[in-house]
Design a protein. Structure first.
Length: 355
């Protein structure tokens, strides 16, 4: 019996192969590589998809966070509040602006920012709040917006393609494994705020003005989304809702198949970038699943403050909910096209270790 891969991008790409190949050939023939029409079309389409007025394509999700934070006023002497349960890029982007990351613990029920703890962390030096829609599950935005007050909220939506923007802006990653993934790397800032969009658009291209590439009015960088990747994303975007629905259907199958096991299942709402369960003896069970041919991953084995480079942000015990999640989380196979038989095989392999 064949194994179950943790992810198989080919199942979504195969039906689009001819269109993707034709798009690549068209870009190669026309040599439209940088800041060209496909990027404009993708930005318009993705803004509309997210229910927002503006989208600015950038080189990757980390740069999307950094540029959006700068546009919102983050910098030296300021603070940005986020969570310890996230990929390290979230705090890397904050630190890259010169601002200080401030961590608040998660709510174990949502695995996202705890609004009550947020209220205590917001102060006069807070430039922004960055909730993370972890694993594709939306953070409680109503409560977070209320707790943030006048402080702008920047949503880290790297794992949550498919939700409307609620805060001042949202940032996305198009890393290949994301719900909407490029065939390389990419990212975007999505917002209703024209000033934020204009600032990000300028900074991604060396701080210049739209009218004159040699008129540098800001300190910028080279952070553009390649026209090729924008064109390929345009091919994939019309299929995103279908792929998200397949993820939701797979998550429902998992919930039924795992209902009798001593594991904590993820929140029911989401676009299920990941299907991450929590269980005791995680590492032993993961090894047994590997031996049974089932691919898994851990997102993430350490919360931010327990990584050596970020130990100045806290100590063990400071954020117990995030620390418990990191010790117990295990991501199971999840991707568009995963079959019911494959999900049942994963469940059987888990049951053999946990019953």
């Amino acid at each position: 019996m064949s194994g179950v891969p943790f992810i198989d991008l080919g199942r979504a790409h195969e039906p689009l192969q001819a269109e993707l190949s034709a798009t690549f050939e068209r870009i190669a023939r026309t040599s439209q590589f940088i800041l060209a029409a496909d990027l404009d079309r993708f930005e318009s389409a993705f803004a509309s998809y997210c229910g927002a007025a503006h989208c600015v394509g950038v080189s990757d999700g980390t740069e999307a966070l950094r540029l959006a934070l700068l546009a919102l006023g983050a910098g030296p002497g300021r603070e940005v509040v986020t969570v310890p349960s996230t990929f390290i890029a979230t705090v890397e982007a904050i630190a890259a602006t010169g601002a200080k990351p401030i961590l608040v613990d998660i709510d174990p029920a949502t695995r996202c920012m705890d609004p009550q703890r947020l209220a205590d962390a917001v102060g006069p030096d807070t430039a922004a709040v960055v909730p993370v829609h972890l694993h594709g599950h939306p953070a409680p935005m109503d409560e977070i917006l209320a707790a943030a007050g006048e402080v702008p909220v920047l949503e880290d939506s790297a794992q949550a393609h498919g939700y409307p923007v609620r805060g001042a802006a949202a940032t996305f990653s198009f890393y290949p494994t994301k719900n909407l993934g490029a065939l390389g790397d990419g990212g975007a800032v999505v917002t209703d705020d024209a000033e934020v969009a204009e600032a990000v658009r300028s900074m991604r291209h060396h701080g210049c003005t739209p009218a004159d590439a040699n008129d540098h009015i800001r300190v910028g960088a080279s952070g553009r989304l390649d026209n090729l990747q924008a064109a390929l994303l345009l091919v994939k975007l019309p299929h995103l809702d279908e792929w998200n629905e397949q993820r939701r259907e797979a998550a429902a199958l998992y919930r039924r198949a795992l209902a009798d096991l001593p594991a904590d299942l993820p929140p029911e709402e989401g676009v299920f970038h990941l299907f991450a369960i929590e269980l005791d003896e995680r590492d032993r069970v993961r090894g047994a699943l590997r031996d049974a041919g089932v691919g898994t991953a851990i997102h993430y084995p350490r919360p931010v403050h327990l990584n050596p480079a970020w130990s100045h942000l806290g100590s063990r015990g400071d954020h117990p909910a995030a620390e418990r999640l990191a010790e117990r989380t295990l991501s199971l196979p999840m991707f568009p096209g995963i079959t019911a038989a494959e999900i049942e095989r994963v469940a059987d392999a888990l049951r053999a270790q946990m019953s």
